[in-house]
Design a binder for this molecule. Structure first.
Ligand code: KIV
Ligand code: ZN
Length: 388
C-alpha cells in the first residue's frame, strides 16, 4: 500500500542552537548542515538571519552548500526581518521564509499589548511581504498550543489566502496533551477553508516530556510536516526529537506514513551534533542513547541471546548501531557470561561456567561493569583449564 510522506523539518541549527552555551560557529553549522542534507531531511532551518551578523553569514553559507533540502530562515512578522532573511537565503536552491507571530491571548495581551484583529492583520501582511521574495512561505502561529482554536482557524485561513504554503502550529510552551494537540490539527483540517492548499506542521516543545507524543498525534490527525531537532535538543527541555519521530513512523507501518530519512545515519548524526554542541546524549535516550540497545539484567540477556526480538523492537543496524550490547553486571546471568566469554574466545562447559560464574558474581558486586579484560582475569583465577 502506498505510504504518505511526512516532511522532516530540522531546526537543530535554529531552535536547537538556542540551548544555553551551545553556540556554533559557521564552520560547525556547515558540517552539520551537510550531514542533515545527506541524512535526507526535507527542510533545514538554518537560523534567524536578523539575530546577528554571524547567524546571517551561517544561513547564507548553508544556502550555498545544501544540495537537496529546502533552506529556511526564521523571521518575526517585521519587514526588516523578512528582507534580511530573503537576502540570506537567496542563493539556496529551494529557499523558504518562515515568518509568524504569537496568536495566544497571552502573547497578544502581554507581549504585543494589542488585540486579535491587529495580530491577524500583521500575520497577513508578513506573509504577503515574504511572498514578494520567495514562493515558499511558512507561517508560524507562536503559542498555537494555547491559542483558542476558533481564532487560530481564522488566522490560518487568512494566511493561506495571503499565500502561505505551510502552517506551523507550535506548542511553544510544551503544555498540550497529545489528544488535545491532535484535536487541534483535526479542528484546523475541518474548519479552515483552503486548508488543502497548505501543509500543516507540528512544532512541539518538551517541557512536559510530550513533544514526540504530541507530534505523532499531530500527524495522525493530518499534519504532514514535523519540526524537530537531532537528540531533541533545544531551549529549556528541548524540541521533538527527530530520531524518535522517524523511527516511530518506520516501526509503526500501520500508520502508513513514511519519511525520506536514511535511518542508518541516525546514530552517527546524533554523535556529530552532540560533539559539535558539547551536549552529551543521556544514556537512556530513545534510539541514540548509549544504552538504547544494551541489556544488563539476566532475564533480558537470556531472552535477547535466544532471539533479539524478545526485548528489542528496533534492529540496531537500522539506526547505524553495529549490534546490541550484552553488558555484564551483578544482575547478569550465566547465559550472558557464557555469551561474552565466547566472544572473548572461551567456549565454557556447564561445569566451567558454574565455576567462573561464582567468581564473576563476587567480582561484579565490587565493580559496576565487567569488561573483556576482566573476563580474561576471571577465567585465569577460576579452576578451569581453558586457553583462549
Ligand atoms: O516554539 C515556537 O513557537 C517557535 C517558533 C518561532 C516557530 O520556535
Ligand atoms: Zn520552538
Amino acid at each position: 500500500m502506498h505510504k504518505e510522506q511526512v516532511q522532516i523539518f530540522d531546526t537543530t541549527l535554529r531552535d536547537g542552537e538556542q540551548v544555553p552555551g551551545c553556540k556554533l560557529d559557521t564552520n560547525q553549522k556547515l558540517i552539520i548542515a551537510r550531514q542533515l542534507d545527506e541524512l535526507g531531511v526535507d527542510v533545514i532551518e538554518a537560523g534567524f538571519p536578523i539575530s546577528s551578523p554571524g547567524d546571517f553569514k551561517s544561513v547564507e553559507e548553508i544556502s550555498k552548500l545544501v544540495k537537496n533540502a529546502v533552506v529556511c530562515g526564521l523571521t518575526r512578522s517585521l519587514k526588516k526581518d523578512i528582507e534580511v532573511a530573503a537576502e540570506a537565503i537567496k542563493k539556496a536552491k529551494r529557499p523558504r521564509i518562515h515568518t509568524g507571530i504569537g496568536t495566544s491571548d497571552s502573547h497578544i495581551i502581554h507581549k504585543f499589548k494589542s488585540n486579535r484583529e491587529d495580530v491577524l492583520e500583521r500575520a497577513v501582511a508578513a506573509v504577503k511581504y515574504a511572498k514578494t521574495f520567495v514562493e515558499d512561505v511558512e507561517f508560524y502561529a507562536e503559542d498555537a498550543g494555547r491559542t483558542d482554536n476558533e481564532f487560530l482557524a481564522r488566522v490560518c485561513e487568512a494566511v493561506i489566502k495571503a499565500g502561505a504554503t505551510v502552517l506551523n502550529i507550535p506548542d511553544t510552551t510544551g503544555y498540550c496533551l497529545p489528544e488535545e494537540y491532535g484535536a487541534k490539527m483535526k479542528y484546523l483540517k475541518e474548519n479552515v477553508t483552503g486548508i488543502e492548499k497548505a501543509i500543516l506542521s507540528c512544532h512541539c516543545h518538551n517541557d512536559l516530556g510530550l513533544a514526540t507524543a504530541n507530534s505523532i498525534s499531530g500527524v495522525i490527525n493530518g499534519a504532514r510536516q514535523v519540526e524537530c531537532t537531532i537528540n531533541g535538543i533545544g531551549e529549556r527541555a528541548g524540541n521533538t526529537s527527530l530520531e524518535e519521530v522517524v523511527m516511530i513512523l518506520k516501526q509503526h507501518s500501520d500508520l502508513n506514513l513514511d519519511t525520506n530519512i536514511n535511518t542508518q545515519m541516525l546514530y552517527a548524526t546524533s554523535q556529530m551534533v552532540s560533539e559539535k554542541m558539547g551536549v552529551y546524549v543521556q544514556p537512556n535516550k530513545a534510539i541514540v542513547g548509549a544504552n538504547a540497545f544494551a541489556h544488563s539484567s539476566g532475564i533480558h540477556q537470556d531472552g535477547v541471546i535466544k532471539n533479539r526480538e524478545t526485548y528489542e523492537i528496533i534492529n540496531p543496524k537500522d539506526v547505524g548501531v553495529t549490534e546490541s550490547a550484552i553488558v555484564l553486571t551483578a544482575r547478569s546471568g550465566r547465559a550472558a557470561l557464557a555469551y561474552r566469554a565466547k566472544n572473548a574466545g572461551y567456549e565454557l562447559t556447564k561445569v566451567q561456567l558454574d565455576e567462573v560464574y561464582t567468581q564473576f558474581l563476587d567480582f561484579a558486586d565490587k565493580k559496576k561493569e565487567i569488561n573483556d579484560d576482566d573476563i580474561h582475569i576471571l577465567i585465569k583465577k577460576s579452576n578451569v583449564s581453558i586457553v583462549a
